[in-house]
Design a protein around this ligand. Structure first.
Ligand code: TRP
Length: 487
């Protein structure tokens, strides 16, 4: 007998635990900063409602009906619907995406752990902006430290998954998530007194379409083409859409996996609505906590992945009780990251158990070791190694010395490539396939029975969304990227 969640509250908690994580508190503010604020947030909210919510419903329903790891769920459901078993590719690419995402997620979560200790030791107290930046730089430019934290975080994830999802997650989420939520609200209030609140609201909610649609340099100036025109770009739209998937844990089977432990009698619609709303609220709160500090201290909102590590410690260092509050914050963020990490690895672990007959412990350890290795790429990226550097090295090893590769693709690092490839490409494609499968391939009465919505009208709205609206939107963003059509 497959195990089930103890109650539907547990499912919501676990799914919220998966959704709420570094994506909301670390990633959302820094990408909002990089892509100019207002319009980015609008695009993100638009994607959450029109793509995220319907696909969340679809993933939960598929999982509950299939009751197995995503690969086997897709095999079974496609057979049931008389369709090609090639749909199981969704499960395979999902496992790959989950492992790739976890490889860098773990490195960042490691930085969060390091910061819990830094906060508790009081090093943030009365620091200047430069002092705080120095603390961050000294952490990320030391690969050995990052490696140690990455190793500890992966070990803890493996431990939690080896114990079985229920044991680990239920407790974490029941107590720690509400605490994190309360602390964020406190930080928003603190931000209100910092003097940068108005600017932050303006930045987050006043749309400036130029910043979104035209390419800018790292310093924030617009790039110009040969004719002196600004350069149009779809990358921010892709990032916004990708982030909608990332933050809701959609597109790779994590929610499908959790749906498989869900009891028949629970209303999927209500669950999905709660998960999506809570996740969005947490992201917006994180923005409201962080941007006032950015503006009050004259920092650069487009500072990139270091943003939370360079803003929040400033606040903790200057508030009464900051040592305690700062420590608590990073500890809670660590737990939020752990409950997300578990969901990234669970589909692969369950597949190894089901199809390869491994014991849970063994499956968890091997998957963890593999992901740990891939994480090394992010560690070197954090310290500044670019793809150009790696290529130069390889090339000089073959015998061509003095090659300088500093432009275009070569200026990126492996972390940026893995992140963009997974979040902005693999997850949307996974989501697209899930929508198409649920909307067109599965029998209508199977999905209708899974949802048992109170009115048929809601079902029809959902159907239009997964059949047309979400796929067309995802498709449009992709077509634009390849330049097939512009609007
Ligand atoms: N949603 C999590 C966050 O915002 C990360 C995450 C967990 C995730 N499981 C996922 C992202 C599955 C994509 C797919 O931090």
């Amino acid at each position: 007998m497959k195990h089930e969640w103890s109650s539907r509250v547990t499912f919501v908690l676990a799914a919220v635990g998966s959704a709420v994580g570094l994506g909301n508190i670390w990633k959302f503010p820094y990408i909002t900063g990089e892509y100019g604020g207002g319009v980015f947030i609008l695009a993100y909210l638009f994607c959450i409602c029109l793509i995220g919510l319907p696909i969340m419903l679809a993933e939960i329903a598929l999982g509950r009906r299939g009751k197995q790891s995503p690969v086997n769920t897709m095999l079974q459901l496609s057979q049931e619907a008389g369709a090609s078993t090639a749909w199981s590719i969704l499960g395979w690419s999902g496992m790959a995406a989950g492992c790739l995402i976890l490889s860098y997620y773990s490195v960042i979560a490691g930085e969060v752990m390091a910061y819990s200790f830094r906060a508790s030791s009081g090093v943030f107290n009365h620091q200047t902006v430069d002092g705080i930046k120095g603390i961050f730089t000294s952490l990320v430019s030391d690969p050995e430290k990052l490696l140690a934290w990455h190793t500890i975080f992966m070990a803890l994830t493996v431990l939690a998954v080896a114990r079985g999802v229920k044991g680990g997650i239920e407790k974490t989420v029941t107590f720690l998530m509400p605490a994190l939520f309360a602390l964020l609200i406190f930080l928003v209030f603190y931000g209100m007194t910092s003097g940068g609140f108005e600017q932050a609201i303006d930045f987050m909610f006043t749309p400036d379409a130029d910043k979104f649609f035209y390419a800018r340099s790292e310093l924030g100036d617009y790039l110009m083409d040969a004719e002196g025109e600004k350069v149009f770009t779809w990358k921010p739209m892709m990032v916004a859409m990708g982030h909608a998937f990332f933050t809701l844990s959609l597109g790779m089977g994590a929610i499908m996996m959790y749906g498989s432990y869900l009891n028949r009698h629970v209303s999927i619609g209500q669950m999905a609505l709660v998960i999506v709303s809570l996740d969005t609220i947490v992201a917006l709160l994180a923005g409201l906590a962080i941007f006032p500090l950015v503006f009050a201290n004259g920092l650069n909102p487009a500072a990139g992945p270091g943003l939370i590590f360079e803003t929040l410690p400033l606040a903790f260092g200057n508030m009464a009780g900051g040592t305690f509050i700062g420590t608590l914050f990073f500890v809670l963020l660590f737990f939020a990251a752990l409950s997300s990490a578990i969901s990234l690895i669970e589909p692969t672990v369950v597949w190894l158990i089901e199809s390869k007959g491994l014991r849970r412990i063994k499956a968890a350890v091997w998957t963890g070791v593999g992901i740990w290795f891939v994480g090394l790429a992010t560690i070197f990226s954090m310290a500044g190694t670019t793809i150009g550097d790696i290529t130069e090295n390889l090339v000089s090893w073959i015998g061509f010395s003095d090659t300088e590769l500093k432009t275009g693709f070569f200026k990126y690092n492996l972390f940026q490539v893995i992140d963009f490839f997974t979040a902005s490409i693999m997850l949307p494609i996974g989501g697209l396939l899930i929508a198409l499968f649920a909307g067109w391939v599965m029998h209508q009465d199977s999905t209708e029975r899974e949802f048992s919505f109170r009115s048929r009208y809601i079902y029809l709205v959902w159907q239009v969304m997964v059949r047309y609206v979400s796929p067309v939107l995802v498709f449009m963003v992709f077509l634009n990227i390849i330049g097939i059509f512009r609007f």
